[in-house]
Design a protein around this ligand. Sequence first.
Ligand SMILES: [Zn+2]
Length: 339
Amino acid sequence: MKEKLNRIVEEATSRIESSDKLDVLNDIRVAYLGKKGELTSVLKGMKDVLPEDRPKVGQLVNDARKAIEDKLEEKKAAFEKKVREDRIKAETIDVTLPGHKPVSGHKHPNTIALDDVERIFIGMGYEVVEGPEIEYDYYNFEALNIPANHPAKDEQDTFYINSDIVLRTQTSSVQVHEMEKGKLPIRMIAPGRVFRSDEVDATHSPSFNQIEGLVIDKNVTFADLKGTLAQFAKDMFGEATKVRFRPHHFPFTEPSAEMDVSCFKCGGSGCRFCKGEGWIEILGCGMVHPRVLEMRDIDSEEYQGFAFGIGLERIALLKYEIDDMRLLYENDVRFLSQF
Ligand SMILES: [Zn+2]
C-alpha cells in the first residue's frame, strides 16, 4: 500500500513539475485528488484493509494528499509570479520617450475681445443682457425713432422675413426691450449678432457683432457719457489712450457723436496703422433721444440717458492688428491658432 501511494505521489509530482500552464495544474488536481481521482480510489479501497491497520493507512493517504497539494500550490505560486513579472515587464514605461502634447482649443479673437469689453463694463456696474436676433420691425426701427420711410431704413439694407419681422440690423433693439421692463435706472450692455445685406469684403459681412450700451438715470449728462467711454478706451487699449468726439447723427440719440481713440500704435503722431491720422474711429454714441424715452413712458424731464454701439469685430481687428474681417469668419485653424 505504501509503495502504491509513493508511486502515485511520484507520478503526480513529475506531472506537476513538467506542467507549463495553470490549466494543466487543474487537470492534475482533478486526476489525483478529485472525486474519481487516483488517491480517492485508494481511500475507497480502505474497506479491504484490516480495521487495526486503517488509522496507519489513513495517515499514509493523508500524507500523500498533502504532498501532492503542497506541490500543486508551489507550482501555482510560481506560475502566478511569472504572470505578474511578465505583466510588469510589458507595462514598463520609458520615461525618456518624448511626450504627446494634447491639442487643446481656445477662444476665438471675437470672444476674447467680447470678454474684455464685458469685463470692463461689468466692473463699472453694468448688467449684460441679450435680446432676440429675429425682431419686430417696430423694435428695430420705429421704437428707436426711425419711422417708416426714414432714409436710415434703406441705408441699413435690412433682411425682411415678412413685412413686420426682420433680422435685427442693430443691437439697439435690445434698448427698447430693457426700457419696456419698466425698471429704472438702467445700466446695461447687450452684445449680439446683427444682420445686413452687405456684400462680403475686407470690412463688411452680412452678419457681424455689436455691443450696445445704455444708461438711463436721473441727472445723466454728456459728461457722464464722455467719462465712461474714455475710461473704457483706457481699459481696452492702454492707459495712455486719448479720446475725441466728432458730431454725428443717429435717429435715436441727440446729440450724437462718433468717438475716436488715439492710435495705440504711434500714440497719435500718425502711422500706417491709423492711415496717418493719429486717430482711429471705434464707436458711435449719444444722449438718448427724448422721443425714444417718451415712447416707453419714461419722463424725459426727470430721466436722461446715453447710449453707445461698439462693433465687436472692429475692436478685435484693431486689438490684434488683423487687416481683413473675413479671417474672423473663415475658421482657418492656421489663423485662429495665433490667438
Ligand atoms: Zn498710428
